[in-house]
Design a protein around this ligand. Structure first.
Ligand code: AHR
Length: 553
């Protein structure tokens, strides 16, 4: 189906001859020869510039599993300016805010329909003591993991829940297993969720929230094999059983329906250390008794390349573009590997694989505090995000949650702030364009991706997913990985009467183009033209672009 030779690395380059060559006084024969030569060159160049042709077949009658909205989750840790300055500026700030929470950030996050936010960490969670973050005055503590700075605890439980309320997202609370106790965690959940007049419920009411909060997701520890306490799988399992049993959600509205999902710590890679971990937890789950249960197994996987992270987030070229995208595609094998283990113990796929930390992790920006994990966000990251979301969608039967790291000012963020300024990153726009895929039904697509080659790196040139939303509308997300060649796409649709189609595309002048405070609109979605004829669609994908289209029938 792929009409051009796969693996072709011929790039379209403008070929310009000096005007004098054409017009100068020369013998007729020389001029004819030159003219002929120019025609040949122009012809060759036109051939090089011609777009790659790809046919995509979509059978809309074959809808598959739900693409859970929770795979578009976010992660916000007390790390650098992720919370302070990023979300929280305090009620007395001159930056427009609602009860201390930035209005500009809330507005931007509402527009991408964030389903859930994982908080307060990360590694921070295993040193977080929730009582430091309620009432007044707040206890000032340290953040030893991330720069050794002081933690004001000004953003605590009430502020987090208020923030979620403002953006319309669900709470994913990570409780402290590493340095906390089951009692501390269970009291936090009682404080949050009980409707009974207990002392903790009265304290919650005194802090401004008489009615119980809803807590959708509970993380039992974070990377307990490493920063969460360097535990063996057996030791962690003993903790997991205790926390799962005693850290209860008491909210009356979450007893039958909307039950809180409990997520166990899972793997952080593909080596035997991690497969052994998955084996141990899943084996224990298979024979678990009534007294404990889990609904998900977390997995963390960053696109790093080398450790410590040394790829630059800006000012890189095509080689680093191709290398990072190649690395990010390893997510697919990693999910497949752990899913296969999970299938052995849970063939009915009751336990979700929750990729609750993922994204690009680059070298800290020069001049920034290395403990704050500050990096820029480029067109490469937009493509990286789309490729990962596509992978999650293709594994939607098992991957029902994912949280990109991290939401604001840290790692592969949606938003970058500096005092009163805010800029939306290319990754933000991918989440915005993909919002219609939340809770849609996966529709299989067939195509020959072809190959994009850069040096010794080879990558599929094209990626595509399709889904049907609850109103029956078809959505397609198409990524052209090749940064030099456009792609001519023909979509053959079966099972749908196409009336019209429209969409948006995200591309940029360069692979490392970013949005900055000075130039915030360098990488922004623009309307793309789609021709709808009979059962087919035709459109052109720009090089290094992500396009999302909807089809009306
Ligand atoms: O996202 C940064 C850190 O990466 C998290 O705190 C930790 O869980 C992971 O190692």
């Amino acid at each position: 189906m792929f009409l051009s030779p796969a693996g072709s690395s011929i790039h379209a380059r403008p070929f310009v001859l000096p005007f004098a060559v054409l017009t100068g006084k020369r013998p007729l024969f020389t001029r004819a020869l030159l003219f002929g030569l120019i025609l040949v060159v122009i012809g060759a160049n036109a051939h090089f510039a011609s777009a790659q042709k790809v046919e995509i077949s979509v059978d809309v009658s074959k809808t598959g599993v739900k693409i859970d909205r929770n795979i578009f989750g976010q992660f916000a840790e007390h790390l650098g300016h992720g919370i302070y300055d990023g979300i929280w500026v305090g009620p007395d700030s001159t930056i427009p805010n609602t009860r201390g929470i930035r209005n500009d950030v809330v507005g931007a996050l509402k527009a991408i329909r964030v389903p859930n936010v994982r908080w307060p960490g990360g590694c921070f969670a295993d040193e977080y003591h929730w009582r430091n973050g309620i009432g007044n005055p707040r206890t000032i503590t340290l953040n030893p993991n991330w720069g050794g700075v002081t933690e004001s605890n000004a953003f605590g439980t009430s502020e987090f829940m208020d923030f979620l309320d403002q953006i319309g997202a669900e709470a994913y609370i990570s409780v402290n297993v590493g340095s906390g106790t089951p009692r501390e965690a269970s009291e936090w959940l009682e404080y949050l969720t009980t409707a009974q007049p207990t002392t903790l419920a009265k304290e919650r009411a005194a802090n401004g929230h008489p009615s119980p909060y809803q807590i959708g997701i509970l993380g039992i520890g974070n990377e307990s094999w490493d920063c969460g306490g360097n535990m063996t799988p057996e030791y962690y399992l003993s903790q997991l059983k205790i926390y799962s049993r005693f850290v209860r959600n008491f909210n009356p509205e979450q007893q039958d329906k909307q039950q809180m999902l409990k997520i166990a710590v899972g793997p952080g890679g593909g080596e035997s250390r991690w497969t052994d971990w998955t084996e141990a937890i899943m084996k224990a789950y298979q024979s678990h008794t009534w007294s404990w249960d889990i609904n998900g197994l977390s997995m963390h996987s960053y696109t790093v390349g080398k450790w410590p992270p040394s790829y630059a987030s800006v000012g890189f070229g095509e080689t680093e573009y191709a290398q990072i995208l190649k690395l990010t595609l390893e997510m697919d094998d990693l999910i497949a590997k752990h899913s296969a283990i999970m299938d052995k113990y849970d063939p009915q796929k009751k336990i979700a694989l929750s990729v609750d930390e993922w994204g690009a992790w680059y070298a800290p920006l020069p001049g920034s505090n290395p403990g704050f994990l500050v990096q820029q966000n480029s067109m490469r990251d937009a493509i990286l995000a789309a490729l990962n979301l596509n992978i999650f969608a293709r594994h939607a039967d098992r991957v029902r949650m994912a949280n990109i790291a991290q939401m604001i000012n840290v790692l592969q963020s949606m938003i970058i702030t500096d005092k009163e300024k805010m800029v939306l990153t290319p990754t933000y726009y991918i989440f915005k364009m993909y919002a219609p895929f939340q809770d849609s039904s996966f529709v299989p697509v067939a195509f020959d991706a072809g190959t994009y080659t850069q040096g010794d790196v080879k990558l599929p040139r094209l990626d595509a997913i399709a889904a049907k939303d609850s109103a029956g509308k078809l959505w397609l997300a198409l990524t052209n990985v090749d940064p030099n060649q456009p792609a001519e796409i023909e979509v053959n649709l079966t099972g749908l009467n196409v009336r019209s189609a429209s969409g948006e595309t995200l591309t940029a002048p360069k692979v490392d183009s970013v949005n900055s405070f000075e130039a915030p609109k360098t990488v922004m979605p623009k309307t793309v033209s789609v021709k709808a004829q009979g059962g087919n669609l035709a459109l052109k994908l720009e090089p290094k672009s992500v396009t999302v289209i909807s089809v009306e029938q």
